[in-house]
Design a protein around this ligand. Sequence first.
Ligand code: PLP
Length: 411
Amino acid sequence: TTEGRKVKTVSKSAKLASVCYDIRGPVLERARQMEEEGQRIMKLNIGNVAAFGLEPPAEIVQDMIRNLPDAAGYTDSKGLFAPRKAIVHYCQEKHVAGVTIDDVYLGNGASELIVMAMNALLNAGDEVLLPAPDYPLYTGAVALSGGTPVHYICDEASGWMPDIADMRRKITPNTRALVIINPNNPTGALYPREVLEQIVQVAREHQLIVFSDEIYDKTLYEDEVHTSIAALANDVLFLTFNGLSKNYRSCGYRAGWMVVSGEKRHAKDYIEGLNMLASMRLCANTPGQLAIQTALGGYQSIKDLVAPGGRLRRQRDLAHELLTAIPGVTCVKPKAALYLFPRLDPKMYPIEDDQQFILELLEAERVLLVQGTGFNWKAPDHFRVVFLPHEDDLREAITRIARFLENYRKR
Ligand code: PLP
């Protein structure tokens, strides 16, 4: 009570009970405190590309500055014509058929559109198949929308490919959609056409919507091309998410998009729902929208970073080599994206609570990672490493991780 008056406690909504977003969770809070105390933390926890001196193409920045005086107004809720047209062309290049301006939605990052797509679809009890490990926004968005997240396993032994049999086993009459993240965060897997075709077949048989997150589709180290699952069928409904955050190193511009394609004829009502939610948030930030056209039409400088000898590829190779040299650590080498998802042999590292493990690493070595369970991976035997820092910093950070693990083994 305050001065004799009874004060009600303010609680978060029950909807949030099953929402977890550990990438920005309690360990990060501790890291922030340590920084305030003057300690320097090595942050290998989030894919904030621009923060590591990987700057966006100058052409995009210059156009942002040039456009800013004319970008103070709202736009159409789906977005401006020119960037949406550039995205239509992008879909054509990726052989996704039948996409028109009307099928393209711009958002404040892909994140906003992912939440919107789930909100517009799900009723209580509806299930969505999500990968495990996942990018946790999906699990959170499904739960927040009143749906039930159901995780299918991605199989480490087969290079983290989706386990199609597991996917099939987990389908019920309530399953509405399935999500793939390709290229994958946190595993770095890149799905070959044959795997995508099997997923299309599952969706076709069970009339599931396919949500495909392709935000890393140009951040590729092994194969030159990325196959968009939406290019493989026109009798399945696809929602594809992409944006400038990663491939163009400009996540702060919050420029993302969503494309609806495939079997749209039977989805008029859902599309009306999407349009309604797009209208409710008025529009995506206008400067970010204007960056899209320049980015897609310009020189694709990400290629220089991922090519042999390129900065991102060198960092991937080094991080993989150093991590897998630690006793009891194995790791599938990522073919794409910005992350490694190493496994700790449970016999050598009997971890019970991996958040605690990551917290202890932070306290002992001032290196910040995210625990595997933060990606809805059930066993406490993985962690994610972001390989964005320069080689010297990566070497230093992984040396510290190795030292921590050595002490852990001696406990
Ligand atoms: N999807 C995946 C798989 C991601 O890894 C991320 C960011 O890390 C996002 C979406 C968020 O993208 P945006 O910045 O466009 O909201």
